[in-house]
Design a protein around this ligand. Structure first.
Ligand code: 4NP
Length: 165
C-alpha cells in the first residue's frame, strides 16, 4: 500500500571499480526490496569512482556470489558522474578512500555520502579485488546486513516485516 505520493528514494552504491563491492551491495539491496515488496519506493544503482572497468560486467566471483544468494541482476560497470552526485539522495561508499574521492571530485555530494557500514556501527568493506570467492561471499554478508539496517532507517514507515524478523 503506497502512502502518499512521494517520489522514490534514490540510492547509489559506490566503490572503486564498480565490478565487485558496489554490485554486491546493489544486488543485496534489490533482493531485500523484492522480498519486502518495496521496489516502488526506491531507485537503485551503483557506480565506481574509477573508470578502468567501465563497460565491463561484474567480477565473476561477485556474479557467482549473487547467483548463489538469488540476488543476481544484469550489470554493466560505470564511473560515477556529477549528475549522480546531484541526483541521488543517498550515496553509500565502501571505504574511506571512496569517501574522500567522491567528496574531492563532487563537492555536491556532501551531506549525502557516507560509509555503508556506518549503518552497521562503522568500518569499511575492504577491497576484495585480490581476494577469493570466500572474500566476496563475506563481503556480501556484510553489505547485506548493512543494507537491512539502511532500510530500517530509510524505508517507508510501517514497512518493517511483521514480527520483526
Ligand atoms: P571494487 O573492486 O571496487 O569492489 O569493484 C575493485 C575492482 C577493480 C580494481 C580495484 C578494486 N582495480 O584496481 O581495477
Amino acid at each position: 500500500m503506497m502512502e502518499g505520493m512521494e517520489r522514490p528514494t534514490r540510492v547509489l552504491f559506490v566503490c572503486l571499480g564498480n565490478i565487485c563491492r558496489s554490485p554486491l551491495a546493489e544486488g543485496a539491496f534489490r533482493k531485500l526490496l523484492r522480498e519486502r515488496g518495496l521496489e516502488a519506493h526506491f531507485e537503485v544503482d551503483s557506480a565506481g569512482t574509477g573508470a578502468w572497468h567501465a563497460g565491463e560486467p561484474m567480477d565473476p566471483r561477485a556474479r557467482r556470489v549473487l547467483e548463489a544468494e538469488g540476488a543476481y541482476f544484469p550489470h554493466v560497470a560505470r564511473a560515477m558522474t556529477r549528475e549522480d552526485a546531484l541526483y541521488y539522495d543517498h550515496i553509500l561508499v565502501m571505504d574511506r578512500e571512496n569517501l574522500a574521492e567522491v567528496l574531492r571530485r563532487f563537492p555536491e555530494a556532501r551531506g549525502k555520502v557516507r560509509l555503508l557500514l556506518d549503518y552497521l556501527g562503522g568500518g569499511e568493506v575492504k577491497d576484495p579485488y585480490y581476494g577469493d570467492y570466500q572474500d566476496c561471499l563475506e563481503a556480501y554478508w556484510t553489505v547485506e546486513a548493512a543494507c537491512k539496517a539502511f532500510l530500517e532507517a530509510h524505508g517507508p514507515k510501517g514497512a518493517s516485516p511483521a514480527g520483526g524478523a
